[in-house]
Each structure stands twice: as structure tokens, then as C-alpha cells.
Ligand binder design. Structure first.
Ligand code: ZN
Length: 165
């Protein structure tokens, strides 16, 4: 890295391998510390790509941090580009900002089930003021937090289609 490049947030805030807790204000943001098995996931997210590990033997998709395929016990995975399409599996509305990084409230957080069958914990971005519902179609998008981390978020598919026209 040259001195003119902005260091990645991982360099600024430490990383899992160094054993440094990632803290912003009084809050520990362990979610954003890449463990060795999820570094490729977060590197893809920085490029605005949602990539999921797919078993090279049986082609089952997994959550980013799995080390062994639960279908066939294989230990080799290929980081495969997700369609980005999912449905709302579960969610709750947060009315008080506890993140330590600021941001408007209320907002929705919860779990999506991707087209590939993987469940991901996420924040929902509601750009339409229409209330989120279970089984709503959603699509991945990416947002950069004030501290520099890019995170995947999900937006209602109908709203995503309207904003890209
Ligand atoms: Zn497998």
C-alpha cells in the first residue's frame, strides 16, 4: 500500500488475527472483524458483490462462515456470486440506535433467505415507507458505514426496480 491510499477499515481498527477487538465508541462491532474463513466474503462485499461459498462437490450453498459442507462433508468451497435476490424470513424494528455509528431510526433488521437457500442476518433499507412483511421479495444493495465499512443491506425488490429505471 502506498502512503496516498486510504487504509482499509480492517487496518485501522485491527483484525481478528491480531486479537484486537473492533470497537467504535463504547460498542464492539465483532460482526465486521473478518475471521480467516470469511475474509473472502468481506473482500467481495467491499467490491459490492454478494458471494456465497458453494460446495464444489455437491453444489450446496452455505452461510459464509461454514468450514465443512453439511450435505457431503467436503471441505472445498467456491465463492460464487449470488443472484442478490431473497425473501424476508424474519425481522424486527429497532427504534433506538444502539450501533454506536449513528444513523436514523427506526430501522428493520432480520434474516433473509437468498435464492440460493442461505439465511443471512441483515439490515433492511426501506426506501418506500411501505412496511416490510414476511415473505416480501428483497434484493441486496450495499452501504458504506460512517466508519468506512461496506455492508450488505436488503431493499424491497419492487422499490429496487423503481429506483434503477
Ligand atoms: Zn457438499
Amino acid at each position: 500500500m502506498t502512503s496516498t491510499e486510504t487504509p482499509s477499515p480492517w487496518e485501522v481498527y485491527g483484525n481478528w488475527a491480531e486479537g484486537k477487538p473492533l470497537v467504535v465508541g463504547p460498542w464492539s462491532l465483532g460482526l465486521y472483524q473478518p475471521a480467516p474463513e470469511s475474509v473472502a466474503y468481506w473482500e467481495a462485499v467491499e467490491r459490492r458483490e454478494l458471494r456465497l461459498p458453494r460446495c464444489v462437490r455437491c453444489e450446496t450453498f452455505h452461510h459464509p462462515r461454514r468450514l465443512v459442507c453439511f450435505s457431503c462433508d467436503a471441505e472445498e468451497f467456491e465463492w460464487t456470486l449470488s443472484s442478490g435476490r431473497a425473501t424476508v424470513y424474519s425481522f424486527t424494528t429497532v427504534h433506538r440506535d444502539l450501533s454506536g455509528v449513528g444513523g436514523p431510526t427506526p430501522y428493520d433488521v432480520g434474516i433473509v433467505r437468498t435464492e440460493e437457500g442461505v439465511h443471512l442476518f441483515t439490515r433492511f433499507v426501506n426506501r418506500s415507507e411501505k412496511a416490510l412483511r414476511i415473505d416480501d421479495a428483497v434484493e441486496v444493495d450495499f452501504e458504506e458505514l460512517p466508519i468506512g465499512f461496506v455492508v450488505p443491506v436488503f431493499v424491497k425488490a419492487s422499490v429496487a426496480a423503481e429506483t434503477t429505471r
